[in-house]
Design a protein. Structure first.
Length: 236
């Protein structure tokens, strides 16, 4: 197995430390997992289209420790999952004579991810391409302390505003394009979480769907991964 592929999968749910614990599950197309961040402002589903290295499911409770341990091995690795009494309890990762043992968690201690059974109507849809990703990341990096971004539609123009507020404050805004939908008042979501979602999925084609009811869905499709994230509106 290529370590870079494993890390790419991890980065898509870990989101730079915002989601430490997940349950990985074997499925028909590879390995999948669901995520919820510690602030409960984003949930997601990640599908890795690969030959599974596990049977059933396994719990990862400390992703930060796993990523650090993977720094001890090179690109070509082998993973064996150890089980006892029908439960997976350890991952054995090796590269040549270097061998790692990463202890797994009982899946019952992994935070449950709520299901989004009914989604609202999405009024705004934009392409999440390289141009948008670079523009957003540059704007967010220029305002590192900004907690939110807002999406607004006015006179058919979609505008993103980093660090939106109703009082005078530093902010950066940029326009995305036209939309036939009616005007939409600014709706705020986590600026940090969207940045980490974009960084983790850079290189894959994406689409963002925004609802005036306070939910944004971001979908990515690539050769190795399919990812979906739902961002919940921040309350003032």
């Amino acid at each position: 197995m290529e370590k870079s592929k494993l890390l790419s999968f991890i980065n898509r749910y870990y989101l730079a430390g915002n989601c430490e614990a997940v349950t990985l599950k074997e499925n028909e197309t590879g390995i999948g997992c669901e995520l919820i961040d510690m602030d409960q402002t984003v949930v997601g589903k990640i599908q890795w289209k690969t030959t599974p290295f596990l049977k059933g499911s396994l719990g990862i409770n400390h992703t930060s420790a796993l990523t650090k341990m993977l720094g001890a091995v090179g690109e070509k690795i082998d993973i064996q999952v150890q089980d006892a009494a029908g439960k997976n309890f350890a991952m054995k990762i090796s590269e040549g004579s270097t061998k790692l043992t990463f202890m797994l968690a009982d899946t019952t201690v992994i935070p449950a991810v709520p299901s989004i059974n009914t989604e609202p109507e999405y009024h705004v849809v934009i392409d999440v391409n390289e141009e948008f990703i670079n523009k957003y990341i540059k704007a967010k990096n220029a305002l590192p302390d900004a907690k939110n971004f807002a999406v607004q539609v006015k006179n058919g123009i979609i505008k993103f505003i980093i660090n939106y507020t109703t009082i005078n404050a530093d902010n950066i805004s940029f326009e995305i394009g036209n939309t036939p939908v009616t005007d939409m008042e600014p709706i705020c979501f986590s600026a940090d979480k969207l940045k980490e979602v974009l960084v983790a999925n850079k290189g894959d084609m994406g689409t963002m769907h925004i609802s005036p009811d306070g939910l944004t869905r971001v979908d990515f499709t690539g050769a190795d991964f399919d990812s979906s994230y739902w961002l919940v509106q921040l309350q003032n």
